[in-house]
Design a protein around this ligand. Structure first.
Ligand code: PGA
Length: 259
């Protein structure tokens, strides 16, 4: 497989953490300490905190860390109590939004149709999308990984033209690895990446797909970053728990960047 020419992308998904502005402030202090004056030339770092902390994040004026949302609603504005639009998060400093995370699918009933609407809204607003796909443990056991990825990608990307492809990053995030301590082998990640590339090539074109990043996500820690990100030549990682520990998070950045 051709070696990727992309800048790596490392995304920290803080989920519903930390619990207070004071705690988030301490988190930002630690993040600053780990990144200040450092030039991550080969890597783009994105932190996705709860949207209520966006302003607090932006006030720190990080030069080498971008802001992302964990989710958005697909409508532009209106009577949708509790929701936040893609335009709103963009206007508040975000450059990216995650979409289709397995926790959104599991706890909030998001299906591919919803994910497709959200993805379109993200791209319409000028944000870049980080689309998560991946199979459950049962599906892997019954050899359904490839058909599941195909269904998820085809339905989530329906109606999204080739011109938008470069603004979409795909995360291979096997559900059985998220929030657990299980990780796939390098070969399993590489196989999934090849499957994803093939599906995307049919949907778009080889040239368009070269501009798309494919990340790995699910229990990434510094000790396994080589196995799940570097060896299968992924374009980066989506990191949950370890992104709450800036020292560990930046350690992963360095491991992925140096290869
Ligand atoms: P984890 O989460 O790293 O804690 O497994 C990954 C994710 O949900 O994006």
């Amino acid at each position: 497989m051709r070696k990727t020419m992309h800048k790596k992308l490392i995304v920290g998904n803080l989920k519903m953490n930390p619990v207070s502005p004071a705690e988030f402030g301490r988190y930002l202090d630690m993040l600053e300490k780990e990144t200040k004056g450092k030039n991550f030339e080969k890597t783009e770092i994105v932190i996705c905190p709860p949207a209520i902390y966006f302003r607090q994040f932006s006030e720190r004026k990080f030069k080498n860390i971008k802001l992302g949302a964990q989710d958005v609603y697909w409508e532009y504005q209106g009577a949708y109590t509790g929701e936040i639009s893609a335009g709103m998060v963009k206007a508040n400093g975000a450059e990216y939004s995650i979409v289709g995370h397995s926790e959104r699918r599991k706890y909030f009933g998001e299906n591919e149709e919803i994910i497709n609407s959200k993805l379109k809204a993200i791209l319409r607003s000028g944000l870049k999308a980080i689309l998560c796909v991946g199979e459950s443990g049962e599906e892997r056991k019954s050899n359904q990984t490839a058909p599941v990825l195909k269904k998820q990608l085809e339905k989530s990307l329906a109606g999204i033209g080739i011109g938008k492809a470069e603004y979409i990053t795909i995360v291979y995030e096997p559900i059985w690895a998220v929030g657990t301590d299980k990780t796939p082998s390098s070969d399993e990640v590489l196989e999934a990446k090849i499957v994803i590339k093939k599906i995307l090539t049919v949907l778009y074109s080889k040239k368009a797909v070269e501009k798309m990043k494919i990340l790995y996500g699910g229990s990434v820690k510094s000790f396994c970053a080589g196995q799940v990100c570097v060896d299968p030549a992924m374009d980066g990682a989506l990191i949950g728990r370890e992104s709450l520990a800036p020292y560990e998070f930046i350690k992963i950045v360095k491991i992925v960047e140096e290869k």
